[in-house]
Write a protein that binds this ligand. Structure first.
Ligand SMILES: [Zn+2]
Length: 261
């Protein structure tokens, strides 16, 4: 049985309802413990609302925030929206059942990737704070789509200001270590201990990566996802000293099973 279309907003910040039929119940035992931020990757908010509500598109999200900061709710928070796709975080592979998704209107990398306007960012921060407070979502579980689907997704991308958002009380942030332009990172196939350390730290934080192995293409993709969120100055997938240092700064927030050096 499908949950009903949304009839009333879950947040006082919602300006409009635009119900999407692309919903189903959350898997039993799952409630929102992750907040995923996306960009729409579509030219206008009207197109985004259309795509996110058409049965043939089979995608949806709980909220859309337009460039002016207008918040539109499409799916009730109690329902499972279809925004994350094939994803994984800290062992959870049904991210849609475990999360709430916010789509931020931005045409994305294929269409010029404009800056996120301040009014839009303020609305995202206010909405995220409200969701986090009501569901008790941990700071380190406020994530980019790229964090939970490395290689497949790059949104909301390197222009999204996670540092500002953290100062606004949303998400976990550590200052990135300075980038050395000369440092191109370890070569593919490298087995040095720091590769194992990085794998342990990434896996400990929640990224889907094997804790053992050399620096390979698969790991490069996960390193790039990490950079898109935490070391935005250069998102090339290179395991350089800045990336490893930044990753180490997250270490106190890693789970117990993360191999923290
Ligand atoms: Zn996305």
């Amino acid at each position: 049985m499908s949950p009903d279309l949304i009839a009333r907003p879950d947040s006082l910040l919602v300006a409009d309802l635009y119900p999407s039929p692309n919903i189903e119940p959350r898997r039993p035992g799952h409630k929102p413990s992750i907040l995923i931020l996306h960009y729409t990757g579509l030219p206008t908010v009207e197109r985004a609302l259309d795509v996110l509500s058409r049965p043939d598109c089979k995608v949806s999200c709980h909220y859309v925030v337009d460039e002016a900061g207008r918040i539109i709710q499409m799916v009730a928070e109690e329902a499972r929206a279809w925004h994350a796709g094939v994803s994984s975080w800290a062992g959870e592979t049904d991210v849609n059942s475990a999360s709430i998704g916010i789509e931020i209107q931005n045409p994305g990398h294929m269409l010029g990737y404009p800056d996120f306007p301040p009014a839009q960012m303020r609305a995202v921060a206010a909405l995220a704070r409200d969701i986090i407070r009501r569901h008790g979502i941990a700071s380190e579980r406020v994530l980019a789509h790229s964090d939970v689907a490395p290689g497949r997704k790059i949104d909301p991308g390197e222009k999204f200001d996670w540092a500002w958002l953290a100062r606004e009380g949303v998400g976990h942030w550590v200052a990135p270590a300075p980038i050395d332009d000369e440092d191109t990172g370890v070569p593919l196939g490298c087995h040095e201990p720091k590769v194992g350390q990085a794998r342990g730290l990434l896996a400990g934080y929640g990224y889907k990566v094997d804790p053992d192995g050399a620096f390979d293409l698969e790991m490069q993709i996960v390193v790039r996802a990490f950079q898109l969120h935490f070391r935005q100055g250069r998102c090339d997938g290179a395991l350089d000293r800045s990336t490893l240092d930044t990753l180490s700064r997250l270490a106190p927030h890693c789970r117990k099973d993360g191999a923290i050096a």
